[in-house]
Write a protein that binds this ligand. Structure first.
Ligand code: URA
Length: 243
């Protein structure tokens, strides 16, 4: 059960102040009965809400695919840096409830999942769940033969940690895709450092079975479709077969 003013504010009907005014004016109905008390508690999943006769659709959680540009950090607030939430307008989603599920570095581009669902975020980023994250990588030096094996065996990075097997797919002489099933700090960059080269450009292109929408320009975003939402936690079969 939740307060009516909170439900309407979360449904992006208006700010908390605006919806309180609206409710008091007598235009909000629950199952055909006018409700004028903003603190009135209802279960939005079972009650039908209307404003001036127009139904309000309740959405418990929001999940957003953002094409992160460089220069933004994956945090909800920061005193000095621009955060990924700065890329969203204030009035489209319950912005204060969204947070990034997993981090990309300030200079990394690509797919950031913003969600209001803490449990989902945990399942996507939790190391035990092994949800794949695929990166497009550009390097300062040519790819080497033998890297395939090195990534399969687990690269040992600067702090002595042996990374879990990663899936390496060459694209050109100095570009590749690398898919990880865990997420240590600066992991892709540190794995290539261990192989003696520097990542000059990094972009996350896939989480689970959901690929970054090519129609999204840098800094653009959209809600995930229901199908994408269900595919976020599905590891593509070819990774399972090849690792
Ligand atoms: N690995 C990195 O090194 N940086 C990122 O932003 C993501 C993965």
């Amino acid at each position: 059960m939740e307060r009516l003013d909170k439900i309407l504010a979360n449904a992006m009907v208006g700010s908390r102040k605006e919806v309180v005014k609206l409710i008091r004016s007598g235009v909000v109905f629950q199952n055909g009965i006018p409700i004028t008390d903003p603190s009135h508690k209802i279960d939005p999943k079972v009650s039908e809400l209307t404003i001036n006769g127009t139904p309000i659709f309740y959405q418990e959680h929001y999940h957003i695919m953002l094409h992160k540009p460089q220069g933004y950090i994956c945090a909800t607030e920061d005193t000095r840096e621009k955060t990924v939430l700065d890329l969203l307008p204030d009035d489209v989603f319950p912005k204060h409830k969204l947070f990034p599920a997993g981090r990309l570095d300030k200079d990394t581009e690509g797919f950031v999942l913003l969600t209001t669902d803490g449990k989902l975020a945990h399942r996507i980023t939790g190391p035990k769940n092994h949800i794949n994250k695929k990166y497009y990588v550009e390097l300062d030096k040519p790819l080497q033969s033998g890297w395939n094996k090195s990534f399969q065996n687990g690269i040992i990075i600067d702090d002595g940690y042996r990374c879990k097997p990663a899936f390496f797919e060459p694209i050109s002489h100095n570009t590749c895709h690398l898919t990880l099933f865990e997420g240590k700090f600066h992991q892709v960059k540190r794995m290539f450092e261990a192989l003696g080269c520097t990542v000059t450009y990094l972009k996350r292109v896939q989480i689970g079975s959901v690929t970054l929408d090519e129609a999204l320009n840098l800094g653009e975003f959209r809600e995930l479709t229901q199908q994408e939402l269900s595919r976020l936690e599905t590891v593509p079969e070819h990774y399972k077969e090849n690792l």
